[in-house]
Every structure is written in structure tokens, then in C-alpha cells.
Design a protein around this ligand. Structure first.
Ligand code: C5J
Length: 234
């Protein structure tokens, strides 16, 4: 899907929710929900995540919470962004250093049970059915860990006057954290929903949440999704 700025911009609606290190304030008119890499390759058995030796059931456990937030966010009419870690079929956007790293049984571009690993358009590269993008939502294929690297995301958010981001997705310490740090450097205020993100390594998730809101929110804010759902329902 070619990314484009959605025509619909909701009316101003300020939100305040309890978060760490202190309340997160935003306006739904200028806030986007960013869902990082909830693609079959990472979430479902037989995908790239499992070939790396990971327990993917840890990640699939967050799907109901993500779906509840996405449903409420869509109901509020605010901007939704989905990302996929995806490479061109010729792998021209995949540096050898990335492809050769580690020792997986399958590498990026190899044919796995869900098609070519992390290649755009392949079945394993699709966002899971429960969170499938709808027309008008932005879908970003990103060749890196961060959602802003080599993508039009910053331009599209600017065109939509977005200043605040709410993050969900996987994995917490890799693509989610990298994207939040990129967002921080570009001037966005970001909130990470603690029960809507997961890692194959629980201690890495815990450390990432702590380092996100430490030092007065040096990267951003963290809060459970119940806080956001309550604020949206008020
Ligand atoms: C990884 C990601 N973990 N989406 N990708 O390689 O975090």
C-alpha cells in the first residue's frame, strides 16, 4: 500500500492520562497511534521470530490488548500508522551486515514456511489479521529497526500536524524502542503502552520500559492501556 496522508482530521479533543514519569497530555487531533511490526513473521509459529529460536507465544499474548486499543482509537477517529519490517525482493535495502548477523536457520530473503523472510508482499510479512490495516490508515514498510529510517513517516506525520505518538507493537527493545528514540529526536512526545508491547526476552522489556520513562521521561512516557481506554471513554 502506498503511504499517503489521510484526509480525515478529527476535531480537537484534549486527553490526559496517568503515566510514568507523570501525566501524558495530548490532543487526539494531533496524536497518532503507531503499531510497530505486528506481522506474522514475528507473532505466528513458523515465522522468522521462531526460526531465531524465540517463543512467539509471548508476543501473541498482547494481541487482544492491542486490538482493544486499535478499536477504541478508530472509534475516536484519530490517525493510525502500521509498520512492517520489510525489504525489497532484491534485498537492495538489506545491508549484508543485517542479513549475515546471528545464526538463524533461515535468513532474510530465504524461503520459509510463510514465504520469503521479511520480504515485502510475502504472506509472513503481512500484519496479523486481528490488527489488519483499514483503508485510510498509513502502512509503512521499513528496512531498518526504526520507523523513521529510510521511510516517509516523518513527512506524512508532519502533513497531518501530528506532534504526539502512542506506541504499541514488537519487539519492545528492538523496533519499538528504536522508533521511539527516533521520534524523540524528531520532536515528538511519545507514550508506550506497557501491556501492548512485548519482547522475546521479558527482562529486556522491563529494562526498556524503565529506561524510557527514567530521567523525567528521557525517551517518553509509559502507561498501561487501561489508562488510555479510560481517557478515551470519558
Ligand atoms: C526485530 C522488531 N526484533 N520488529 N524486529 O528484529 O523488533
Amino acid at each position: 500500500m502506498t503511504p499517503s496522508t489521510p484526509a480525515h482530521i478529527p476535531a480537537s479533543r484534549p486527553l490526559t492520562l496517568a503515566a510514568q514519569p507523570f501525566d501524558f497530555n495530548c490532543d487526539l487531533a494531533s496524536t497518532a497511534l503507531v503499531i510497530i511490526d505486528m506481522q506474522r513473521d514475528f507473532i505466528e509459529p513458523g515465522g522468522f521470530g521462531e526460526t531465531l529460536g524465540n517463543d512467539v507465544s509471548l508476543l501473541s499474548a498482547i494481541v487482544p490488548a492491542c486490538r482493544a486499543v486499535l478499536t477504541a482509537w478508530r472509534h475516536a477517529g484519530s490517525l493510525v500508522v502500521h509498520t512492517r519490517e520489510a525489504h525489497h525482493g532484491d534485498l537492495s535495502d538489506c545491508p549484508p551486515a543485517k542479513r549475515n548477523r546471528g545464526n538463524p536457520s533461515l535468513r532474510i530473503g530465504d524461503v520459509g514456511p510463510m514465504g520469503r523472510i521479511l520480504v515485502a508482499g510475502e504472506p509472513g510479512n503481512q500484519i496479523i489479521t486481528e490488527l489488519a490495516p483499514r483503508p485510510g490508515e498509513i502502512v509503512i514498510d521499513k528496512p531498518g529497526k526504526g520507523a523513521f529510517y529510510a521511510t516517509p513517516l516523518h513527512t506524512l506525520l508532519g502533513q497531518a500536524n501530528i506532534t504526539h505518538l502512542v506506541f504499541m507493537g514488537v519487539t519492545t527493545e528492538v523496533c519499538v524502542q528504536t522508533s521511539m528514540r527516533e521520534a524523540n529526536d524528531r520532536g515528538y512526545d511519545s507514550l508506550l503502552l506497557t501491556d501492548c508491547t512485548e519482547s522475546y526476552f521479558p527482562r529486556f522489556k522491563a529494562a526498556t520500559l524503565e529506561m524510557t520513562h527514567a530521567q523525567g521521561g528521557i525517551v517518553g512516557w509509559t502507561a498501561p492501556s487501561a489508562q488510555l481506554l479510560a481517557a478515551l471513554a470519558r
